[in-house]
Design a protein around this ligand. Structure first.
Ligand SMILES: O=P(O)(O)OC[C@H]1O[C@H](OP(=O)(O)OP(=O)(O)O)[C@H](O)[C@@H]1O
Ligand SMILES: Nc1nc2[nH]cnc2c(=O)[nH]1
Ligand SMILES: [Mg+2]
Length: 167
């Protein structure tokens, strides 16, 4: 989604903040897998889920990491999501014991699609907006629906004018 205009507010996340929040997500998920508490694998939803998935896999020492690629299309005000790359079928099964990680849930369209395929997986995001909230099992920070989240990979340091401008 590149349509940022309807968003009233911006929430700008630095690398440091993202690292802290993704770590907090990992710690919250520790020992919460089925049976013995362990997770069988981490699956990141590309592309935004890859950085949080890496941090979670490192914190929880989960060495099996896979990806699912979801591409969203907007047409006539409707957003549709399509899977363009699947994780390994033998690994996934119905999703039991699998941790599926994304950077955020907004409308919930992406997670809705992935949930249909792996109903028993655990869905975790770092940030969540209210509309998508029911689709995520664990998240760290809630952000209002009219806020656009800017991730560090979409930003760069740049000069800003001083508050009291000089002519
Ligand atoms: O809940 P939703 O309304 O579906 O929105 C959330 C999704 O949108 C963004 O990904 P995007 O499809 O923009 O692609 P990207 O991860 O490759 O940047 C974000 O990373 C989530 O995956
Ligand atoms: N970067 C970014 N991508 C999104 N995709 C859907 N909502 C958002 C958002 O708030 N920020
Ligand atoms: Mg994404």
């Amino acid at each position: 989604m590149t349509d940022r205009l309807p968003h009233e507010k911006g929430f700008h996340v630095s690398w440091d903040q993202l690292h802290r929040d993704a770590r907090a997500l990992a710690w919250r998920l520790d020992g919460k897998g089925p049976d013995d508490g362990a997770w069988r694998a981490v699956v990141g939803i590309t592309r935004g889920g890859l950085v949080p998935a890496m941090i979670v896999s490192r914190e929880l020492d989960i060495r099996v990491v896979d990806t699912i690629s979801v591409k969203s299309y907007s047409h006539q005000d409707q957003r549709e999501a399509k899977v363009t790359k699947f994780p390994q079928a033998e690994l996934m099964g119905d999703g039991e014991g699998i941790l599926i990680v994304d950077d955020l849930v907004d409308t919930g369209k992406t997670l809705e699609l992935v949930r249909q395929m792996y109903p028993k997986a655990h869905f975790a995001t770092v940030y969540a907006k209210p509309k998508g909230n029911p689709l995520v099992d664990t998240y760290i920070t809630e952000v209002s629906q009219d806020t656009w989240i800017f991730f560090p990979w979409d930003m760069a340091l740049q000069y800003v004018q001083p508050y009291r401008g000089t002519d």
